[in-house]
Design a protein around this ligand. Structure first.
Ligand code: NDP
Ligand code: KPL
Length: 336
């Protein structure tokens, strides 16, 4: 990457602070753009990162702005707002950033790159995917709580960015099949809603077979729709996509000794939707389970378990029941 190429990480939250901070720790010129509360947290406590491999880094003096006008200086924009924030973010990019700038879309779900292309026709939209979970560990501290490498479409800009990061934390692998990657990642993110509704950590949730039954059922629906649509999900994680439901929906003794050991989920990890539940924000469910329901509709079919999950999340957002036991959730989504 040319020394002058400056990176704005737009949407400094869990992913933005961890990934942008890791790139800054690798020596790249990064400005985080986000809300005042995050800027105040970094100003008071600094930015400290850690991961499951024992990596720890202080990122002193990282540039932070809560003014989207800071986008004007960017040569590359890493967009790390939630999928629900893409329209607002696109308006700021259109107003402040230079046309032609590459915008790497790191939202979960399958539709953000195309939404951005429609909203920002003069920008170079690059699909990205973050496989790992990031959690706050206290003031100024962000921790990578599971494994995997970021993936992005291979373009001249992403190639230069990946080369500049090298093999250091925050590293990027390039891939020409980001559609497959996005649908492959969505299989895991169907659990974000189940995790939020469980009210507990991912590890504790996955230890309970009823929650796994619901998760496997949402995955089976996605896989059935993808088969009907002729879309091949890519492998994201240790298990091939088509084997995931059977791997998840196994007796406790097998699951605990096999899957949980291989995936090594940090005991504190919680899915990103749980943070939205805590903060009373509208969640990304329409962009996760809702995408399976929408694909089913386009195919003239139904995805009843994912549709039930969308309903339960929206009900919780509107003040209804927020915390479910596995057994109650199994019944509520129509599994017996
Ligand atoms: N957290 C995780 O472990 C993972 C998350 N992802 C995906 O990455 C994406 C980002 O998730 P995550 O980091 O958890 O989200 P966060 O909510 O933690 O971070 C996004 C931040 O951007 C801020 N923001 C939103 N819009 C703007 C704006 N226009 N200007 C300035 N700041 C803005 C938000 O503030 P406010 O809330 O006030 O709007 C929030 O602080 C999501 O699509 C998620 O699904 C992928 C893998 C793992
Ligand atoms: C890494 C994973 C799958 C963890 O749930 C995630 O993408 C999220 O929390 O949004």
């Amino acid at each position: 990457m040319a020394a002058a190429e400056r990176i704005a990480v737009f949407g400094a939250g869990a992913i933005g602070c961890y990934v942008g901070g890791a790139w800054a720790a690798a020596g790249l010129p990064v400005t985080l753009i986000g809300r005042d509360r995050i800027g105040a947290d970094i100003a008071a406590h600094g930015l400290r990162l850690s991961d499951q491999d024992g990596w720890n880094a202080d990122v002193p003096g990282i540039a932070f702005s809560s003014d989207p006008a800071a986008l004007a200086d960017a040569d590359i924009i890493a967009l790390t707002v939630k999928a629900t924030g893409v329209e607002e973010a696109a308006r700021s990019i259109a107003a402040h950033a230079r046309p032609g700038t590459s915008v790497i879309s790191f939202q979960n779900g399958v539709s953000s790159p195309d939404r951005l292309r429609a909203l920002l026709p003069e920008f170079d939209i690059v699909a990205g995917m973050v496989p790992y979970n990031v959690i706050p560990l206290g003031p100024g501290r962000w921790h990578r709580a599971s494994f995997g490498d970021i993936t992005a479409t291979r373009t001249p800009v992403s190639e230069r960015l990946a080369a500049a990061i090298g093999e250091r934390p925050g590293l990027i692998r390039l891939n020409d099949d980001m559609t497959g990657i996005a649908w492959g990642k969505l299989l895991f993110n169907l659990n974000n809603a189940i995790n939020a509704l469980s009210g507990t950590t991912i590890r504790d949730e996955l230890r309970q077979r009823p929650f796994r039954r619901v998760m496997a059922a949402t995955m089976r629906e996605e896989l059935a729709m993808l088969r009907a649509a002729g879309i091949e999900p890519a492998k994201v994680g240790a298990v091939p996509p088509r084997l995931l439901p059977a791997t998840i929906d196994t007796p406790d003794w097998l699951f605990h000794n096999l899957f949980l050991r291989i995936q090594k989920v940090d005991p504190k990890a919680r899915g990103s939707m749980a943070a939205d539940f805590d903060a009373g924000r509208t969640s990304e469910v329409d962009f996760l389970n809702g995408e399976v329901v929408a694909l089913a509709e386009r195919l003239g079919r139904t995805a009843p378990v994912n549709a039930a999950i969308v309903r339960l999340v929206k009900d919780a957002e509107a003040g209804g029941r927020k915390t479910w036991t596995g057994a109650d959730l199994v019944r509520a989504v129509g599994l017996h």
